[in-house]
Design a protein around this ligand. Structure first.
Ligand code: SF4
Length: 295
């Protein structure tokens, strides 16, 4: 391979070096004639008006709905992905236009405005990993402020965006649910992620917007009570000083959810309800708002 034709992407921890015509790990960023192009821009695979608690966000406009938007691709490779049909979809293998429709930011904001009468509070970028397509989110957020400043921008994310880019995006975000999938480097490495980056992203996010965190408790992978407690202690220690509404790390809501076998992780039973409640009790030693999920 002639190195002259490689382009480098610095959006996330993979730091892909992409050959001419090829795509990065996420499956949406392409080296097109020597330029890095986000080919996922505006490609929408899912649209649904969901209760905001389903994101889950329990302490951000409870009782309202949010127009939830999915695209395709992801920069992790979790064996337990619930949305693998779109998260693992790559533009170099998908049938053109087979599973997505193209939307402009204006068209999405118009839909968000139309659904306000059904309780819609804004746009949530969710289902697949939205951060690999963060320019689209910024453009939607700008259009939203222009067309209806009451609408809110919500992210549901794995938190893998390099901080230089996160600093450009987060000022446009009102609330985020961020996965803290484990509190061990080895877990993240195994799932194609980067533990340091997700922690740095969370540290940046809590200074900018309302944040809730999700910890999916998986038997034998991340369910040690010592690990859960370390995670809770770290969350409680976060410095929330900045533009965001959170005042104290102890007030960051944590959702500890029950795992069910799915995708490639089918060799173990679902998390027991009692294990979820034990983990919740441990986390509550350090945090004010800890919720069991999927129980
Ligand atoms: S955003 Fe995609 S192409 Fe860029 S570094 Fe991450 S995985 Fe690679």
């Amino acid at each position: 391979m002639n190195k002259k034709h490689l382009v480098n992407c610095d959006i996330c921890h993979h730091r892909c070096k992409i050959a001419l015509g090829a795509y990065g790990f996420c499956g949406i960023r392409q080296n097109l004639d020597g330029k890095l192009v986000n080919q996922g821009y505006g490609k929408i695979t899912a649209l649904a008006l969901d209760p905001i608690e389903k994101k889950p966000l329990y302490r951000f406009y409870p009782g309202s709905a949010i127009l939830s938007v999915g695209s395709l691709g992801c920069n992790m490779n979790c064996s337990f992905c619930q949305n693998h049909h779109i998260a693992r979809l790559r533009l170099d293998s998908a049938e053109p236009n087979s599973v997505w429709e193209s939307y402009t930011p204006k068209a999405l904001v118009e839909l968000a405005i139309e659904t306000k009468k059904q309780g819609n509070r804004g746009l949530a970028f969710t289902y697949n990993e939205p951060l690999i397509n963060y320019e689209f989110i910024i453009d939607c957020a700008k259009k939203m402020k222009e067309m209806d400043s009451e609408l809110k921008v919500v992210l549901v994310t794995n938190g893998h965006l390099e901080i230089a880019h996160a600093k450009k995006l987060l000022p446009y975000v009102d609330a985020a649910n961020i996965d803290l999938k484990a509190f061990r480097k080895a877990f993240y490495t195994k799932m194609g992620g980067d533990f340091s980056l997700v922690k740095a992203f969370i540290e940046e996010a809590v200074k900018n917007c309302h944040v809730e965190l999700c910890y999916l408790l998986i038997p034998g992978l991340n369910d040690g009570l010592d690990e859960v407690e370390e995670a809770a202690e770290w969350i409680a220690s976060l410095d929330c000083t900045g533009q965001g509404p959170l005042e104290n790390g102890k007030d960051i809501p944590l959702h500890i959810s029950r795992f069910f076998p799915t995708y490639k992780l089918v060799d173990r039973a679902a998390t027991s309800v009692s294990a979820v409640y034990e983990a919740v009790a441990v986390a509550k030693k350090h945090l004010n708002w800890v919720y069991p999920g999927n129980v």
